[in-house]
Design a protein around this ligand. Structure first.
Ligand code: NAD
Ligand code: UDX
Length: 482
């Protein structure tokens, strides 16, 4: 069989970086080299400020970097030396040509396959770590085999990644399962065992699931589609709650105690964000269309449609409650990342909500503990048509150093990300510096709504009606206590 001593990972992103850091950490006898075509990214991986924020990532990287973990731009050298190569490059939604707006763009994956075929002087196990449509491994195999040199053999495996951002290190150290798909031949099964052996350094054997390549590829899309569907389902319920007086948190609790449903991933929100859910559901939709399964495609498309609806519904609610106009009003946005404990903003619902408000001519003050100013401005300018002049963005948007600065002199406070620190702010102080009537829109259900009402705020939350009783709104804290 093939013994693995050196591992190469192509793509030093949110997946390649943390995944290979944990492999190096848990397998001290293996040499792991993570390569990327982006020299800034590699320089950051080699510096004190890593390119991504993940709890505990610093410690893991520092404990093995320079020992058996290396970050490099020398893609060819790393390919030459490794017996096992992860392809962990981005597979974004195509924004051009056939399948535009839905299909996954596989050009980066393909270029890795071509590079490997060109460079390799020995046999390799090539592991598809990127999320891809079903049958992508077959395309990689075809490219490798069409360019193969004598004496070299390739085995292509599917090994999708299930980590979530913000909890990546914990997810990698203690995964629910590791999935490995391979060819149902003896060579294929040998390669599956070789990769399984790497994970067995820390993952219990029974959690390493093996299956055929296509099942493995489809399982990744299926897992993300099911997770995204749960969020769209609870968000659809939240809309019913807001018009009936039901409370979505109570509904989630009631259904979550059914062991068949389970209580996780039932938090109503301003819609899911992140680089994966929308992209992967659309990838699945496009796959179904290509397979001539239009009913199945339409079914999954609705998961994305409800998500867009939820974002728009929330923005509209803000505008409506602020007396149907936000033009020239100041709105404080707390949180810009797509979830807490990450600095990632890809597909963050906050981007869409801010853009909806900017379209109405609102001024927005934004604070996020981990997202850099440049990133926020770049994200907001993704729709240049909103701004009638280039200066307009800077005129309307202020990036603030903390929540208090953001809230000062604003008409409304909007929670977009569930950062823990937002639950512990001094809301009395915030209220005193806001314009009146002062509004809070809790898009993440993380605040103590009754104490906000007692302070005098108008409070609006996803999936629950709160400020019905006008006597309660005008009541001062002193008058309220007996
Ligand atoms: P990313 O954009 O953070 O990183 C990808 C990296 O690959 C970039 O740094 C890019 O420069 C590099 N790259 C692209 N083409 C290259 C090439 N030819 N040679 C060398 N480097 C190249 O992406 P990511 O978030 O790490 O996602 C990677 C894959 O993993 C995607 O398919 C994604 O769907 C999947 N995935 C992501 C997550 C997540 O939470 N982000 C979770 C599970 C799966
Ligand atoms: C997801 C999958 O969870 C992970 O397994 C896969 O590998 C990559 O995609 P990620 O996007 O990093 O991970 O984070 P996740 O925790 O799934 O959250 C995605 C979005 O859904 C966030 O915007 C989050 O706020 C939102 N969400 C999550 C809800 O709105 N409600 C919930 O109950 C859970």
């Amino acid at each position: 069989g093939m013994s693995v001593k050196k591992i190469c990972c192509i793509g030093a992103g949110y997946v390649g970086g943390p995944t290979c850091s944990v492999i190096a950490y848990k397998c001290p006898e293996l040499q792991v080299t993570v390569v990327d075509v982006n020299p800034q990214r590699i320089a950051q991986w080699n510096s004190d400020e890593l390119p991504i924020f993940e709890p505990s990532l610093d410690e893991v990287v520092k404990s093995c970097r320079g020992r058996n973990l290396f970050f490099s731009t020398d893609v060819d050298q790393a390919i030459l030396e490794a017996e096992l190569i992860f392809i962990s490059v981005n597979t974004p939604t195509k924004n051009y040509g056939l399948g535009k707006g839905r299909a996954a763009d596989l050009k980066f994956v393909e270029s890795c396959a071509r590079r490997i075929a060109e460079i390799a002087k020995s046999s390799k196990i090539v592991v598809e770590k990127s999320t891809v449509p079903v049958k992508a491994a077959e395309s990689i195999t075809n490219i490798l085999k069409a360019n193969v040199k004598p004496g070299i053999k390739y085995q292509v495996l599917s090994n999708p990644e299930f980590l979530a951002e913000g909890t990546a290190i914990g997810d990698l150290l203690n995964p629910d399962r590791v999935l490995i798909g391979g060819e149902q031949t003896s060579e294929g099964q040998e390669a599956v065992s070789a990769l399984g052996w790497v994970y067995q350094h820390w993952v219990p054997r029974e959690k390493i699931i093996t299956m055929n390549t296509w099942s493995s590829e489809l399982s990744k899309l299926a897992a993300n589609a099911f997770l995204a569907q749960r969020i769209s389902s609870i968000n659809a319920m939240s809309a019913i709650c807001e018009v009936t007086g039901a409370d979505v948190s109570e509904v989630a609790h009631a259904i979550g105690t059914d062991s068949r449903i389970g209580n996780k991933f039932l938090k109503a929100s301003i819609g899911f964000g992140g680089s994966c859910f929308q992209k992967d559901v659309l990838n699945l939709v496009y796959l179904c269309e290509c397979l001539n399964l239009p009913e199945v495609a339409a079914y999954w498309q609705k998961v994305v449609d409800i998500n867009d609806y939820q974002r728009r519904r929330f923005s509209n609610q803000i505008i409506q409650r602020l007396f149907n106009t936000v033009t020239s009003k100041t709105i404080a946005i707390l949180g810009f990342a797509f979830k807490k404990d990450t600095g990632d903003t890809r597909e963050s619902s906050a981007i869409y909500i801010c853009q909806h408000l900017l379209e109405e001519g609102a001024h927005i003050n934004i604070y996020d503990p981990k997202v850099k100013k440049e990133q926020i401005l770049k994200d907001l300018s993704s729709r240049p048509e909103i701004f009638d002049s280039p200066d307009r963005l800077n005129e309307l948007v202020t990036i603030c150093p903390d929540a208090y600065t953001a809230a000062a002199d604003s008409h409304a406070l909007v929670i977009c990300t569930e950062w823990d620190e937002f639950a512990n702010l001094d809301y009395k102080k915030i209220y005193s510096h806001m314009l009146k009537p002062a509004f809070v829109f809790d898009g993440r259900l993380i605040l103590d709504h009754n104490s906000l009402l007692d302070l005098g705020f108008h409070v609006e939350v996803i999936g629950k009606r709160l400020t019905r009783d006008i006597s309660r709104v005008v009541r001062t804290p002193a008058a309220g206590s007996t």
